[in-house]
Design a protein around this ligand. Structure first.
Ligand code: ZN
Length: 235
């Protein structure tokens, strides 16, 4: 990839998208961010976003110079048209099709499409997302084939050559922590540990060694397990 490429990072304020943002800041000359308010039950991640952006600017003068505008997009229509545990007050459980009801159908397709529209307007050539096929939940819109097909569809539909980059696609959570270490050393690991938010229940009371969260929801369990593997603790 050329250093002159410019990127738009899908940035939610979670561990994965923060690592992706650091990755983009390392690889691209200009980086902008986009976030979506889609009526999440717990909007904690939206409140940590601006603090994280500020902290990332403080990590390196180079990153500060590369980091540009943040775009916050209202996608509340998602909670109007779907019913999932992410947007409605219902318990997290597995559905008949084997997918957890935290899966918001079409969410990543919509996010990427909206991001492509913003990238088109801003003249940005790469979209970066934290989609990952290695995670246990098996969301079909996180799959590599889905992203590749979407890249083709978007470029055909807009007559562009936008590239979809998913640096976490084949990494597990332990390897995502390792990537953070590689990109920004212990300082970035510490920022991601205490500054990002992943918990499905929006719990932010206690700081565990792996970060804030309830410690029991699937997102917390995955994050904690990966962190403990990363630091070499017993799991
Ligand atoms: Zn949790």
């Amino acid at each position: 990839m050329l250093p002159t490429d410019t990127a738009l990072v899908l940035f939610s304020g979670g561990q994965d998208s923060t690592t992706c943002l650091a990755w983009a800041l390392k690889h691209y000359a200009r980086v902008e961010t986009i976030g979506f308010d889609y009526g999440q039950r717990h909007a904690v991640e939206l409140t940590v976003r601006p603090q994280l952006l500020q902290s990332l600017r403080g990590q390196s003068a180079d990153w500060n110079a590369r980091l540009g505008e943040d775009h916050m997009i209202d996608l509340s229509l998602i909670s109007a048209i779907s019913q999932t545990a992410m947007t409605h007050d219902i318990a997290i459980e597995t559905q008949a099709n084997g997918l957890p009801n935290t899966f918001v159908p079409g969410r990543n397709l919509l996010f990427m499409t909206v991001a492509a529209t913003v990238a088109y307007r801003r003249g940005l050539t790469v979209l970066v997302g934290g989609m990952c096929e290695t995670d246990f939940s098996g969301y079909p819109d996180c799959r590599d084939d889905t992203m590749k097909a979407l890249q083709v569809a978007l470029n055909l539909g807009m007559d562009t050559r936008i590239k979809l980059e998913t640096p976490l696609m084949w990494r597990d959570k332990k390897q995502t922590w390792e990537l953070a270490q590689e990109l920004g050393g212990q300082q970035l690991v510490d920022l991601i540990r205490s500054g990002t938010h992943t918990c499905y229940l929006g719990e932010r009371g206690a700081l565990h060694d792996w970060g804030y969260g309830c410690g029991t929801c699937p997102a917390c369990a995955l994050r904690a397990r990966g962190y403990h593997q990363f630091v070499g603790a017993e799991v």
